[in-house]
Design a protein around this ligand. Structure first.
Ligand SMILES: C[C@H](N)C(=O)N[C@@H](Cc1c[nH]cn1)C(=O)O
Ligand SMILES: [Zn+2]
Ligand SMILES: [Zn+2]
Length: 477
């Protein structure tokens, strides 16, 4: 039983409608990390509900409670739990995607309006925030459903959907919901496998299937002292300056060649075996791939294996920003009263956010004491997620492999991803089933960055891939 050609033909012939759908979704700025956009995250949830309901899916919103964001207590966006089909003779596939996006402003360096889907004819690609992360893939599933409904084709599997609106901000509240809904008789009970389309190929040529993700520990380090911002001519040289303390501490976290300076972090890392090392060698990847997707010749090493291991199996620490610092044009001579540095660590087996938090707290506290500063320091762990590694030989991966070969006529790379999807391990543990990551976009898509894009062929073939995967899963038993 392979995917009927009427389904894949429908996808090929309905590009205009699918692009319109993606365009409508990109136009909703569903930024989860900024309270000012919370209504748009809700609007996005309603939009998805309407799309799914129109295709015969039963949709429920699950209230995840409230959160405190930017000093305000606000409602969390709902988890969308939906389903279609309940045939005991068919496998049940759970599809996860997220409908929130990272922030984006044209002034960040976008060439086009970030919340407008813009076609670039020359490069045959669509620009827009969320095009690849993760609205394109989420909508890919809706397109697949439409292709079945409109061609009168019965789905080969039962489908359950879990779409969340807080993935880019720590997936608040979702863990508890998954645990609850995995109990006997509840919504997720009886799921046979999970598929997540929310990452990218390693390069721009070869599709991949992903069996690992790094975890995450995100920190906010606040230094405050004066009661108000001060004049540096009046107070420079007379008071402890928060910014000076903060920069000193931030500079002690990681070296320019990416070595993490926090004692104990590397001791937790699972040892490398010769078998694992061989896997990296086999991947279709070169230094030019990392340089192409970064847009500059700035790879840390010329050794492909080192670079791959740096992304897939080593921890990393990145400095993201400083809240409260002077950043406008001009030359304001201010001493900011309070500044907060944001940094995060990507975690690998056997690191956990709890263990990392203890190590970071102990180190930052002792380094701050060495400064003999009269300022105050506060370290907050904003959110975290555990690393995840699955079995790439499971039938779920084999189904995704056959689907990839059928659509792209290429054998996929088997990769571990450097990014994090914190909820993956929760599905894996609560349901005790295989989770496959089946990406739609390419390695140079620029997720989280300026000018995020999705190639036209990845959107269309990627949609065919998702549909074909469902048929290959149906072949597994
Ligand atoms: C891989 C996925 N598409 C993604 O971008 N995940 C985010 C998750 C996150 C956690 N905090 C903020 N975002 C990531 O890896 O950064
Ligand atoms: Zn994502
Ligand atoms: Zn993301």
């Amino acid at each position: 039983m392979s995917v009927p050609s009427k389904v894949t033909d429908y996808i090929a012939q309905n590009e205009a409608a699918f692009v319109k759908r993606l365009s409508d979704a990109v136009a909703i700025p569903s930024v989860s990390g900024d309270a000012a956009y919370r209504q748009d995250v809700f609007k996005m949830a309603d939009w998805i509900k309407n799309e799914l309901t129109a295709l015969g899916v039963t949709v429920n919103f699950k209230d995840l409670g409230k959160q405190v964001l930017d000093g305000q207590t606000i409602q969390l966006p709902p988890a969308i739990l939906a389903s279609i089909g309940s045939d005991a003779n068919k496998p049940t596939v759970l599809l996860y995607a997220h409908y929130d996006v990272q922030p984006a402003l044209k002034s960040d360096g976008w060439n086009t309006e970030p919340f407008e889907l813009v076609f670039d004819e020359k490069n045959d690609r669509y620009y827009g925030r969320g095009s690849t992360d993760d609205k394109g893939p989420l909508i890919g599933w809706i397109n697949v459903l439409e292709a079945h409904v409109k061609t009168g084709t019965e789905l080969p599997v039962n489908l359950k959907f879990c779409f969340e609106g807080m993935e880019e901000s720590g997936s608040e509240g979702l863990d508890e919901l998954i645990l609850e809904e995995s109990k006997p008789g509840k919504f997720l009970h009886g799921v046979d496998c999970v598929c997540i389309s929310d990452n990218y190929w390693l390069n721009t040529r070869t599709p991949c299937l992903t069996y690992g993700l790094r975890g995450l520990s995100y920190f906010k380090l606040t230094i405050s002292g004066p009661a108000r911002d001060l004049h540096s001519g009046v107070f420079g040289g007379t008071v402890h300056e928060p910014m000076t303390d903060l920069i000193t501490l931030m500079s002690k976290l990681v070296t320019p060649d990416a070595k993490i300076l926090i004692p104990g972090v590397y001791e937790l890392v699972a040892p490398l075996t010769p078998q694992e090392k061989a896997l990296y060698d086999a991947l279709d990847y070169g230094i030019s791939d990392v340089e192409q997707s970064a847009g500059a010749k700035i790879a840390l090493s010329d050794d492909k294996i080192k670079v791959l291991m740096g992304r897939m199996r080593e921890p990393s620490l990145s400095l993201h920003g400083i809240e409260g610092a002077f950043y406008s044009p001009g030359a304001k001579t201010v001493i900011p009263a309070s500044v907060a540095g944001k940094f995060s660590l990507r975690l690998v087996p056997n690191q956990t956010p709890d263990k990392i938090e203890q190590l970071v707290k102990a180190y930052v506290t002792s380094e701050f004491q060495k400064l003999n500063s009269k300022n105050k320091m506060e370290l907050e762990h904003l959110h975290g997620g555990e690393p995840w590694v699955d079995d790439p030989n499971h039938w779920n991966f084999q189904a995704a492999k056959r689907a990839t070969e059928a659509v792209y006529k290429k054998t996929p790379d088997f990769t571990r991803e450097g990014g994090s999807i914190p909820i993956t391990i929760s599905f894996s543990r609560a349901l005790n089933v295989s989770v496959v990551l089946l990406p739609m976009g390419r390695g140079d898509d620029g997720a989280h960055s300026t000018n995020e894009k999705l190639d036209r062929s990845n959107y269309l073939k990627g949609t065919q891939l998702l549909g074909t995967y469902l048929w290959e899963v149906a072949n597994k038993k």
